[in-house]
Design a protein around this ligand. Sequence first.
Ligand code: KIV
Ligand code: NA
Length: 266
Amino acid sequence: VRRIRTTHLQRCKDRDQRFSMLTCYDALTAGIFDEAGIEVLLIGDSAGNTVYGYESTVPVTLDELIPLTRAVSGAAQRAMVLVDLPFGSYEQSPSQAVASSVRLMKEGGAHGVKMEGGAYYADHVRAMVQAGIPVMAHIGFTPQSTNSLGGFRVQGRDDAATALLEDARALAQAGAFAVLMEMTASPAVETVTSEITVPTVGIGAGASTTGQVLVWQDMVGLTPGKAPRFVKKYADLRSVIAEAAGSYRKDVLKGSFPAPEHVFDE
Ligand code: KIV
Ligand code: NA
């Protein structure tokens, strides 16, 4: 199998084709998604919520993402494996961003990184690309800065559309191989996608982007509570697993598991 690379994603953009991306944090799901043909697997800092049970992505560290990245990159034969630069691992300088990305690639086996932030981070992107690090830029709603953005708000509305396009242009010009937009008004996203030459990726950003991404537990209905509007549930795994666990417990308490066929008689 041939590895998906940035060139493949660029070809999608050039030919007006689409690609799919899912988050992934372990070897088992990496194998499933890889076999399903998902083009990009992201060890998102959403692991803060989905894996580590934090209330936000702010506390997530490189040391927490590296083992998950190693698990996913070891299991994915074809998918491109990307990982988030977590909060605090890149902001200070381009060289901090390079050093952190190098750790994620060397120790985690990632093929590239995703970094939150706008035009201000163009110098970071330039330094990373110089060092041989493929960078996916992440603009629009950037969860690491929820505390300064004033909560979960749709981005790119009205005047903010111009700033969004300026961010996308600056990051693409600096060498980002793709620009991801999260929870962003679709007209602004459409403009970015048509104005820049690199592929775009969306989550809650409408249907115009080259790629789409979802948190996998949201996509299969594992996440509790009401999902945000941009999520489509392709399965209801939460109830499947809950029913399985309940049946297992009942069998154990009754003594009907293990049955003879599960037992070593000698
Ligand atoms: O951390 C994450 O899961 C992400 C994607 C949802 C874009 O950044
Ligand atoms: Na993220």
